[in-house]
Design a protein around this ligand. Structure first.
Ligand SMILES: O=C(O)CCC(=O)C(=O)O
Length: 276
């Protein structure tokens, strides 16, 4: 493993999140923003009205924002996303759900939550007691790649999270969940063109939006191939071209290796061919 990857792996494992800057060039950011503009999505509304082009999860089966153009399809397997998700999820993973978030100045924060681990909503862990997530729960099996299409961070708003909380053995105290204390969750610096990665076990939410410009992010949520969150799926958009790897990312859930092939077969074949 090269030193850069070793460094990223350490930080992601330690913090439960990672921001990598300059993943997209300014031309790519402009192109994606122009395609979002072309959708004429209207005003983002308060209370859950920030999500656009959603698919999978609680949003039903459809291509969601993949329909907005080839560049949105091509981000599914952006090499930087593949590299980080492979560290978390192994060689076989799926795109489980997607949505675009848009926020305007003055829109309020979204609650801190975690989808896995001792603080997930259906956890039987008792507040204040050292607990383990049960073995049948795949605590670290879901990961998110958030492409930031406008600047976000402290003073602006954006993704908010509690570093290291993916490995916590204590249920989130109510005073943190209710935002009675304000210095535990952070809103990391994440400029346009960056990607914010986080585990769904990391306690996360949304900071209120304070910037003059619109918040725009594209969330791609992946999971180990044998896992699934809901019965809804992200499907391939009609009329756009998907590579073999992109098609594989949209396959039905199935056991890694047994019924779901590695996303990295071709890379390995190519490396082997080059070595021969
Ligand atoms: O605002 C964000 O980036 C976090 C979104 C969120 O809360 C979620 O993905 O569940």
């Amino acid at each position: 493993m090269d030193e850069r990857l070793e460094y990223l792996q350490y930080l992601y494992d330690l913090q439960g999140y990672l921001v990598i800057e300059n993943v997209l060039s300014s031309q790519q950011v402009d192109e994606l923003n122009a395609l979002v503009d072309a959708q004429e999505l209207g005003e983002p509304k308060k209370e859950n009205g920030y999500r656009f082009g959603a698919a999978g999860g609680s949003h039903g089966t459809s291509p969601g924002f993949l329909d907005w153009g080839q560049p949105f399809v091509d981000l599914m397997d952006h090499p930087q996303v593949m590299e980080v998700m492979r560290m978390q999820l192994g060689d076989c993973f799926r795109l489980d759900r997607i949505f675009c978030m848009r926020m305007w100045k003055g829109q309020p924060k979204g609650r801190l939550h975690s989808d896995y681990g001792v603080s997930e909503p259906f956890s039987k862990a008792q507040r204040g007691q050292y607990s383990h997530a049960p073995a049948h729960m795949a605590v670290h099996g879901f990961g998110v790649a958030t492409f930031n299409l406008t600047d976000s961070g402290p003073g602006l708003g954006g993704t908010r999270l509690i570093p290291g909380s993916h490995n916590s053995h204590f249920k989130l105290p109510q005073r943190i969940r209710n935002d009675e204390v304000d210095d535990v969750a952070i809103c990391p610096v994440a400029p346009a063109g960056s990607v914010t990665f986080f585990s769904e076990a990391t306690t996360h939410g949304t900071a209120g939006w304070h910037a003059e410009h619109e918040r725009r992010t594209l969330l791609y949520k992946y999971c180990a191939s044998q896992l699934v969150w809901s019965r809804a799926r992200v499907t391939a958009p009609e009329g756009l071209t998907l590579t073999k790897r992109q098609q594989r990312l949209l396959e039905e859930p199935a056991g890694a290796g047994w019924f779901f092939d590695s996303l990295f077969d071709d890379e390995e074949d190519e490396a082997q061919a080059a070595a021969d």
